[in-house]
Design a protein around this ligand. Structure first.
Ligand code: WT7
Length: 573
């Protein structure tokens, strides 16, 4: 490797001097975290108690918890309101016999009702499974089926994508936005109005379930990453030391709760820390985003490299007449944050964008640029206090600085996933080196202990910060009547990080045309989701395969990048 990075954006801390801050981080102890939470006193816990009820009990019930805004709605809710609505929803679930440990999925666009129902699910001790609204039939079915979901909260529009007849475990469907129920459908509005406004949370242990997020690997269907209540310790702690949340903050995380950032940092971290949480529905638009910051006087903003790149692309004109001076702290996650973007943020927002690294499986941030720390643009930062990260070779030995290898984290940490639903073997793969979690990312460490992301070790694609498993896309592609075989790779892209590119061989009788490409892309979009659809398709006579018949994505990638294809000893012919 031997790269030299001498560019540093020095630590800038307005609220306290750097030494004080670093001291605060060092003095932060798990015991302080625990003292805050109920299990320290009672041995029992429930996320809704810690994130909502606790604030009401401690006299902060009238503080604004949620500011919801989209082009057609703007509403504010206090912690007392969240307590009431989540209690009502919990009572609805209880009425239908849904309770502890059962999986309840929530498939709807961002709206206050999404947050009320998710909290209601947690209140009764059930496990919440938020699904991104863009998912289409197959993607929805796979997730509900694998998790054995017993109930689903959705909207009339999205309900059309749910194949109820193929989901025998799904006992109840609650629809938001239809005042009257119908055969087999429960009306959210009618039930909420009739439900009692109080409900004591179901008391749980730290190992009981909290939330499930499906995420992709390079083989097989998406896996259900299952998190336990104990993750809240790290949501709270990183909310303090990485997001730097303080009581009067107005915090905006731009992620949807269908992805882990949208729950760990779009629900749990802000509310555990008792701050006002801004949720913006609707689509991305530079002007609307900037106005959201200005209008609500957002102080802490957590977004993603794709968004920052698009804002950068929109130019400084899009900032004309907009006042972003409320911002105190800006963070990023999801994919590599280009040094160029960090420099631009420093210049245009007068904010250093703090990169953070973590994964669905890790439940919370692990390697970060936290406030006060020197930032080396392009680096993910350093492991948080209490977290040990290392670069290991394939046998599990630590490698010297600047050597690329497996990015690994010493086990355990509080928000480490508790299981992969129904798949112990997949879970065990992450822990194949005793004492370590193997992330699947490759990286190196410099002499100051900063980590530098290099890529994925497997074939997982990261497009606009969304993680896509090539297998799921390939499986959908071969369902199309024209497709004989398909291999899918991530192709480097300036704006999106990577785009999905599919190599396809056609069945007899089909002709390679531009129309067919469009039709195949639309087919994936309609079956899985827009972000899983290939942006580029290339037809090939034949795809490179191993003798056992596996498509060799690494050869496809080499073709694409015009690189040597490497070891071809296992290729078919
Ligand atoms: C993968 C995890 C949990 C946050 C949302 C993504 C990539 C994540 C960074 C970063 C470079 C990053 C990694 C990781 N990634 N953060 N700061 N720099 N790459 O969660 O969907 O589970 O994806 O996203 O490749 O393994 P996810």
């Amino acid at each position: 490797m031997g790269q030299v990075h001498d560019e540093i954006l020095p630590g800038r801390v307005e609220h306290a001097n750097l030494r004080d801050y670093t001291l605060a981080v060092q003095q932060f102890r798990w015991e302080d975290v625990e003292r805050t939470f109920s299990w320290y006193h009672t041995g029992k816990v429930n996320m809704t108690h810690e994130a909502i009820d606790r604030h009401v009990l401690e006299g902060r019930g009238a503080a604004t918890a949620l500011i919801y805004s989209d082009p057609s709605r703007e509403e504010r809710y206090t912690f007392a309101d969240l307590q009431e609505h989540s209690s009502r929803f919990g009572n609805v679930l209880r009425k239908y016999g849904v309770g502890k440990g059962e999986r309840v999925f929530i498939f709807m666009p961002r709206s206050p009702e999404l947050y009320f129902s998710l909290l209601g699910v947690l209140r009764v001790g059930a496990v919440a499974g938020p699904l991104f609204e863009a998912f289409m039939e197959t993607a929805v079915k796979d997730r509900l089926e694998d998790s054995g979901a017993v109930a689903l909260v959705t909207t009339p529009e999205l309900l059309k994508r749910v194949r109820r007849e193929e989901l025998p475990t799904l006992r109840h469907i609650i629809v938001v936005g239809r005042a009257v129920g119908e055969q087999g459908i429960i009306s959210y509005e009618a039930e909420m109005a009739a439900a009692k406004a109080e409900l004591e949370p179901e008391w749980l242990t730290l190992e009981d379930g909290l939330i499930m997020h499906y995420t992709s690997g390079s083989t097989g269907k998406p896996k259900g990453v299952y998190h336990a209540q104990r993750a809240m310790i790290q949501h709270y702690y990183t909310g303090k030391i990485v997001l730097d949340l303080r009581p009067d903050d107005i915090y905006w995380c731009t992620a949807d709760p269908g992805w882990v950032t949208g729950t760990s940092y779009g629900i749990f971290a802000p509310w555990l820390n008792g701050v006002t949480n801004v949720v913006r529905g609707g689509r991305f638009s530079p002007g609307d985003w900037y106005r959201t910051i200005e209008r609500f006087a957002v102080t802490v903003w957590y977004s993603a490299p794709t968004a920052f790149r698009m804002l950068m692309g929109a130019g400084e004109n899009s900032l004309a007449g907009i006042d972003l001076r409320s911002l105190r702290h800006v963070l990023s996650v999801g994919e590599p944050l280009n040094p160029e973007v960090v420099r631009w943020g420093d210049k245009v927002y007068r904010q250093r964008i703090h990169d953070t690294w973590w994964m669905t499986e890790t439940g919370a941030q692990l390697i970060c640029n936290y406030p006060g720390m020197d930032i080396k643009p392009g680096s993910m930062g350093r492991p948080l206090p209490g977290i040990e990260a290392a670069i290991l070779d394939d046998r599990g030995n630590e490698v010297p600085p600047y050597t690329m290898g497996n990015l690994a984290i010493r086990t355990p940490w509080p928000s480490m996933m508790a299981k992969i639903w129904n798949n112990q073997a997949k879970y065990d793969e992450y822990f194949r080196i005793p004492g370590w979690y193997i992330s699947g990312d490759s990286a190196y460490m410099d002499e100051d202990g900063y980590f530098w992301f290099q890529g994925r070790i497997d074939d997982v694609i990261n497009s606009s910060g969304e993680r896509i498993g090539p297998f799921e896309v390939e499986s959908k592609l071969v369902e199309h009547p024209a497709v004989a075989e398909a291999g899918v790779i991530g192709k480097p892209d300036l704006l999106r990080g990577e785009i999905i590119k599919a190599f396809i061989s056609l069945r007899e009788g089909y002709t390679a045309t531009a129309e067919l490409k469009d039709e195949i892309a639309a087919f994936v979009k309609a079956g899985l989701s827009a972000h899983a659809a290939p942006r580029e398709i290339e037809f090939k006579e034949k795809l490179p395969k191993t003798r056992s018949g596996k498509i060799m994505r690494r050869v496809l990638k080499a073709w694409e990048l015009q690189l040597p294809a490497g070891d071809l000893s296992t290729i078919e012919d």
